[in-house]
Design a binder for this molecule. Structure first.
Ligand SMILES: [Zn+2]
Length: 266
């Protein structure tokens, strides 16, 4: 019992240093934050939008369209990537024939676009937005950041649980283990939400510089919001709620139209 205060002091110091570590991995090119009124207006727009529907598309057509749009995006994506300077700017495009409105970025350069994106998109700008968004996860170095964030989250979770229990892992080995797991999940999920917003922001620049219409590209965010059905966002949400993304997209579009040449650091 008498050792507890000393132990806690050490835990708190370690907890604070873990928080500093997380702070270092915060997105550098996060877009402007949308005020509540804009988010509410976007929520109303999403709720009033028609239910998205999928068209019949062959794999050949989907691959041809995705490839052509990817090639159109590449020169501007390279410019933006070099400007940001955090990635080696090589991307490998992969097509998935699954009929699901989905896409992801993984490994050092992989971008996977599902057939469902082409099925639900109503114009090339919507597909371009999704491809540019995944490129942006690589451009902003999100995959490596996630790994760091997960480690920091695990540390914070474990330590927070140990402090909460007021004991060392000698007495509560199970409690500490649970804390580590919860922390790891919270670290990765909350961070990913910020990364999604940053990827949208960078993508707006890429598609605009590639000649796609920002207003058209915005349509895919409205559809995603409508499909997910969520009008509110929570901390533990890997995909930020639709209204927040739509409202932030509009602010990015205003920034670009006002003459901003590249994503800005904030
Ligand atoms: Zn994303």
């Amino acid at each position: 019992m008498f050792r507890t205060p000393i132990y806690r002091g050490g835990l708190i110091a370690a907890l604070l240093s873990a928080m500093v570590l997380t702070g270092c991995a915060a997105p550098k090119h996060a877009g402007p934050t949308a005020p509540d009124a804009r988010v509410y207006a976007a929520a109303a727009e999403i709720n009033a939008s028609p239910e998205p529907s999928a068209r019949e598309v062959s794999d050949e057509e989907a691959v041809a369209r995705i490839t052509a749009i990817y090639n159109q995006l590449k020169p501007a994506a390279l410019d933006v990537c070099r400007h940001i300077g955090e990635d080696d700017c090589n991307w490998e495009l992969t097509y998935s024939p699954e009929e699901e409105i989905n896409a992801y970025a993984s490994d050092s350069s992989t971008i996977v676009i599902y057939k469902g994106i082409v099925q639900y998109a109503r114009n090339d700008a919507e597909i371009a937005m999704v491809i540019a968004h995944e490129m942006s996860h690589h451009i902003a170095n999100h995959i490596r950041e996630s790994q760091n964030s997960q480690a920091a989250g695990a540390l914070i979770g474990g330590l927070a649980m140990a402090i909460l229990l007021g004991a060392t892992d000698t007495y509560y080995p199970d409690g500490v283990q649970v804390g580590v797991m919860v922390g790891a999940m919270a670290g990765v999920l909350t961070y990913s939400r910020k990364q999604e917003m940053e990827a949208d922001y960078i993508a707006a620049y890429i598609i605009s510089k590639s000649g796609f219409d920002l207003e058209d590209g915005r349509g895919i965010l409205v559809k995603l919001g409508r499909i997910s059905g969520g009008t509110t966002s929570t901390v533990l949400d890997t995909h930020p709620a639709g209204p927040e993304r739509v409202a932030a997209w509009d602010l990015a579009a205003e920034e670009i139209r006002s003459g901003s040449p590249m994503p800005q650091k904030r």
